[in-house]
Design a protein around this ligand. Structure first.
Ligand code: MG
Length: 267
């Protein structure tokens, strides 16, 4: 356990830290905790693998719950996906995430239907994904040499009822062996790209930053490897320490709390 040193910047996961799950019920004490940070001089940003809400809607939902945030505070997998595809001039995509985000991609200038070869298959969370869609994606990977763009590869997430639902990591595992001439890329956590983007946003070095998340594997391993202080909160996916049994002791988070607000007592 590291000695507590107040961080120069906070990097904060959303689901399981600020809110419990897709129900967006605030975690006990998180509202005051985050708003105290927002009122301090210390910069913060939210580092999110959310692929089910437009970034502006996600921020608005949190604001509606009372969190003092703006869109500038969000570093998300969805906008990183948009940028990655644009930088490589991929326009025709097959979106396998939630169908109500189809218009988001269209608004960002992508074609999501109509004839012609698919340039990228894009994976996000989708509890209604059908096997036939995976079959179509599998065909596009081989036939069209489409890239496989995983906005993240979480194996599961908690839905609005707190139930475990298979995430894009499961679809990625199913599709990846079928890749043809395209690339396979993951943009969200645990890939380094989104952490570097977040560090740039708050303007600090990794060893000056603290990363707090409810997922010690998918979120905190990379943060720790980069040299950040890591905090595991038991307010989301995992309510006890059992998951740490899967990790070497050297990979364990520096601090474990029941809820993020417990960190206030460390000050
Ligand atoms: Mg989380």
């Amino acid at each position: 356990m590291k000695n507590w040193v107040p961080p120069q910047a906070w990097l904060i996961d959303i689901e399981g830290v600020l809110v419990r799950d897709k129900s967006y019920q605030a975690v006990d004490g998180s509202l005051q905790w985050l708003n105290d940070i927002a009122n301090s001089e210390v910069p913060f940003c939210l580092v999110s693998n959310n692929t089910t809400d437009r970034p502006e809607i996600l921020v608005q939902r949190l604001r509606d719950k009372g969190f003092d945030l703006s869109e500038d505070h969000l570093v998300g997998a969805l906008p990183l996906g948009v940028r990655w595809l644009r930088e490589r001039s991929r326009r025709r995509i097959m979106w396998l995430g939630q169908s109500d985000l189809q218009p988001y991609w269209q608004d960002e200038g992508f074609e999501t239907d109509g004839p012609g070869p698919i340039e990228a298959v894009v994976l996000g969370a989708n509890t209604h994904l059908e096997i036939s869609q995976l079959d179509q994606a599998l065909a596009a990977l081989k036939r069209d040499g489409a890239d496989l763009v995983c906005l993240h590869r979480n194996h599961f997430f908690l839905d609005g009822e707190g139930r475990r639902r298979l995430g894009p990591g499961a679809w990625a595992a199913a599709l990846e062996p079928g890749i043809g001439s395209g690339k396979v890329v993951t943009l969200g956590k645990p890939e380094e790209r989104i952490y570097q983007e977040a560090l740039k946003r708050v303007g600090v070095q990794p060893n000056e930053a603290l990363f707090i998340s409810d997922d010690p594997v998918a979120d905190l391993l990379t943060a720790k490897a980069l040299g950040m202080t890591t905090v595991f909160t038991l307010s989301g996916k995992y309510t006890d320490h059992e998951i740490l049994g899967r990790l070497d002791q050297g990979q364990w988070p520096d601090i474990i709390v029941k809820v993020p607000a417990d960190l206030s007592a460390e000050n």
